[in-house]
Design a protein around this ligand. Structure first.
Ligand code: FCB
Length: 475
């Protein structure tokens, strides 16, 4: 609950920020890097806003030292970044590039010299293009290639990195990339999306094993994007729609990873989609459910849905129905339409601002999947930031968002949930996928033409929270 008193985080709570390779690095040809599916997709006409690409992005590859100093100035004890697979294995298989690995060694060493713990994500969506040409995540072989890649990165960085994340948001990689077609590789094919889900999860389990073999004592987890899903009304059709969306987004990933089983209702939903979940083989779920050291959760917003047949009823009840299911192949398949409750603040992404949704989610995961260490690996918001005439960025809405969500984490901890860390998305403004550079999530403004960094007001606010280990009250 927000109050006018200071609320302390547990001793050793891991504050940090997070970024991903394709979104910030740029220098896509440097050091022998190969092409990824995001290079291909972002260069496809019409795929991203304004045709934006990650060719230069936030120019982090060339400004590494400056960004390390920025991270040090923030003072958070951890920083989570992703390794670009095509820098390490330009062909996605076989030869490992020492030049590629050297960049991440410099990053990791630079963090450690500044007293910051590196947290490494192995896969944040930039699959080497040659693997896509061989079927990408719809091909079982890609899971084996991922395990080889995980072993190579583990061998190179394992003596300096304690915390590892296999995958970032496998739901986005599979369903946004293969069913909605809004992300690379840009397919609209439900059977491919289901097969990609299975192989991403299989690669996760194989990656956990490969990392543990290469890095004794490695702490390994996965980062899932989860959302509380609400029905627009108590009508049975709306409740069923909410259950389908919850199945696709949340249970389809939580159940296999943490319980070793797929939710039956989700399998039934895709029974006619080929190849779909028929790609699963005996023993796969055992690999997928390899015990983890922590679960990473990315949370931005809750979601409310109605059944397509109930859109008029939802409108009558005062809900806002922003788009029809016809524009969203996944929504059409799940027979669910996103709606917004009246009066709820939306960010420029169209995402609802609701800190209590994070507490609700954390309590649910704790209740349904058992107590376990959790890290909030992503949380933050896009805002209409601008540099004012004094050269400052006063992002008050972002500060309020972070204050509310850090409070929601404390609420969950008070209710017995074992939350160990919280990472703000993001350190820097960056390439926001299909939205290009139009959406700014950073604690730091990036002037893209020049690359100049300007820490926003939220940077100083978060620095003070981290320093105090406590959330200041409003009073
Ligand atoms: C998440 C992604 C991250 C960023 C934020 C805003 O889905 O993991 O790369 O785009 O959303």
């Amino acid at each position: 609950m927000p109050g006018d008193h200071t609320r302390r985080f547990p001793e050793g709570f891991l504050f940090g920020t997070k970024t991903s390779a394709y979104q910030i690095e740029g220098s896509v040809d440097a050091g022998g890097r190969g092409a990824s599916i995001w290079d291909t997709f972002s260069h496809t006409p019409g795929a991203t806003r304004n045709g934006d690409t990650g060719d230069v992005a936030s120019d982090h590859y060339r400004r590494l030292e400056e960004d390390l100093d920025l991270i040090a100035a923030l003072g958070a004890p951890a920083y989570c970044f992703s390794v670009a697979w095509p820098r390490v294995q330009p062909d996605g298989a076989g030869a490992v590039s020492q030049r590629g690995l050297d960049f991440y060694r410099r990053l990791v060493d630079g963090l450690r010299e500044r007293g910051v713990a590196p947290v490494v994500t192995l896969y944040h969506w930039d699959l080497p293009q040659p693997l896509q040409d061989a079927g990408g995540w719809t091909a079982r072989d890609t899971a084996g290639r991922f395990a080889d890649y995980a072993a190579a990165v583990g061998a190179a960085l394992g003596d300096r990195v304690g915390l590892w994340v296999t995958h970032n948001e496998p739901w986005c990689a599979s369903w946004v990339g293969h069913a909605k077609g809004e992300h690379a590789p840009g397919l609209q094919d439900l059977g491919a999306a289901a097969a990609a889900t299975h192989h991403l999860l299989l690669s996760h389990g194989l990656g956990v094993r490969a990392l543990r073999a290469a890095v004794p004592g490695a702490q390994v987890g996965i980062g899932l994007n989860l959302q509380p899903i609400r029905a627009a009304s108590d009508h049975e059709e709306d409740l069923a729609a909410a259950s389908r969306v919850d199945g696709n987004l949340n249970r389809l990933f939580l159940d296999p990873v943490l319980r070793g089983e797929y939710p039956e209702d989700v399998l039934a939903q895709h029974a006619d989609d080929r190849p779909g979940f028929a790609v699963a083989r005996d023993g796969d779920l055992e690999v997928i459910s390899e015990p983890l050291d922590f679960l990473g959760i990315n949370y931005y917003a809750p979601k409310t849905v109605c059944a397509p047949s109930r859109m008029d009823a939802a409108r009558c009840a005062g809900l806002w129905v922003p788009r029809s299911p016809a524009t969203d192949p996944l929504g059409a398949a799940l027979r669910a339409v996103d709606v917004h409750r009246p009066g709820v603040e939306l960010t420029p992404m169209g995402w609802e601002v609701e800190p209590a949704g994070l507490t609700e989610l954390l309590v649910r995961v704790h209740r349904d999947y058992g107590p376990r260490p959790l890290h909030i690996l992503e949380n933050g918001r896009a805002a209409d930031d601008y540099v004012d005439p004094r050269g400052e960025v006063h992002d008050a809405a972002r500060i309020e968002y972070l204050r509310g969500h850090l409070g929601a984490v404390l609420d969950a901890i008070e209710r017995g949930v074992d939350v160990r860390g919280y990472f703000v998305w993001s350190l820097l403004d960056n390439f926001e996928w299909a939205h290009g550079f139009g959406m700014r999530f950073g604690l730091t403004w990036v002037d893209y033409p020049s690359g100049t960094r300007v820490p926003k007001a939220s940077f100083a606010w978060y620095r003070d929270v981290v320093r105090a280990g406590a959330l200041p009250g409003h009073g």
